[in-house]
Design a protein around this ligand. Structure first.
Ligand code: 2RA
Length: 330
């Protein structure tokens, strides 16, 4: 199968190439696509070098599927043109996520809604994906009323420039780019993306809105505070969940242990809990610190960590493509 990766030189695009190779996605020919300034450069895939081509040449190559991670503006302009040429797009930007005519997919949860008519499929925001993978089995069992989440997000979610800022600051480099308004090393920035009229950031509202769409339940209330921290391996989340129905902690643990894509790391005597440095380069969502919120009934606290470039972006997109292949949808 001919596969295009659009935005092939970015952090997520590079990870998409790595994940496609690792998971042995049936790529017969790779079409790496990037902005004009990268056209002609080469990327390596499974030991072979491929020349980066322009958007127009990417469409002309007629891949069966195109994995996009090139930003919202590029997706808004180009995803419909790929789709019009019969190419199925899995898009990692926020451009199509809340469009009611476009599916927003986490394969463990709602890939069953996909049909051959879906030519633009949205990949959710990284911090949403890891949270819903852990919430879904608990929602099925106890019905979620309300979620209060605070995030601790890796600089890799911003991109190469933010990694360069963090390392530049840490190494006292004479010059480095500023991805953020403030220093990030030895700091914590309680702002991810721009502010909206209600005082929340776009990242926070993504968690609110995308959760309802993916879990197909508009009654789930979510309130979020999203925070950037000087870390690279993955995003962490402190999640407080109130249910309609009573739960047993042992059963919660069992449900999470048997949930697809979830690994429970929760061994207090041995001080075992999920951390970004352990989640780095793993595809699963790690859950620990599972305990009752003792201040009110039917309420749980947990800690969720995942590699945001993998399950939060590239791996999820490749899993969507795998689902499309396995179900003859492309
Ligand atoms: C971030 N949510 O971490 C973004 C990446 N999609 O900033």
């Amino acid at each position: 199968m001919k596969v295009a990766v659009v935005g092939a030189t970015g952090l997520v695009g590079t990870k998409m190439l790595q994940v496609l190779a690792e998971r042995n996605f049936p790529v017969t020919e790779l079409v790496p696509v990037a902005s004009e300034r990268s056209v002609g450069k080469e990327v390596e895939f499974k030991g072979k070098k491929y020349k980066i081509v322009s958007m127009a040449d990417g469409i002309a190559a007629k891949p069966a599927v195109a994995l996009f991670s090139a930003g919202g503006g590029t997706s808004t302009e180009w995803a419909p043109q790929f789709a019009a040429a019969g190419i199925t797009v899995v898009d990692n930007s926020s451009a199509w996520r809340m469009d009611p005519s476009k599916p927003l997919i986490v394969p463990e949860i709602n890939a069953d809604i996909l049909t051959t008519n879906d030519k633009i499929i949205a990949n959710p925001n990284c911090s949403t994906i890891q949270m819903v993978v852990a919430l879904q089995p608990l929602h099925k069992a106890y019905k979620i009323k309300r979620v209060v989440v605070s995030t601790y997000q890796s600089v890799t979610g911003t991109g190469v420039k933010a990694v360069d800022q963090l390392m530049g600051e840490r190494n006292n480099a004479s010059e480095y780019p500023m991805a953020y308004k403030y220093p990030i090393d030895l700091n914590v920035i309680p702002q991810i993306d721009v502010f909206t009229d209600n005082g929340y950031t776009k990242e926070e509202m993504k968690m609110v809105n995308e959760t309802k769409k993916i879990m197909r339940d508009d009654n789930i209330k979510v309130t979020a505070t999203t925070v950037r921290i000087p870390v690279m391996g993955g995003h962490s989340e402190s999640v407080n969940v109130e249910f309609e129905n009573e739960f047993e902690l042992a059963e919660v643990r069992n449900l999470l242990e048997s949930a697809p894509g979830v690994v429970v790391v929760d061994d207090l005597p041995n001080q075992q809990y999920p951390m970004p440095k352990d989640a780095h380069e793993k595809d699963e969502v790690f859950v620990g610190r599972i305990r009752r919120d003792e201040t009110q009934p039917k309420t749980l606290n947990m800690w969720i960590v995942s590699d945001n470039l993998r399950k939060g972006a590239a791996t999820n997109a490749v899993q969507v493509a795998e689902y499309l292949v396995a179900n003859n949808l492309i």
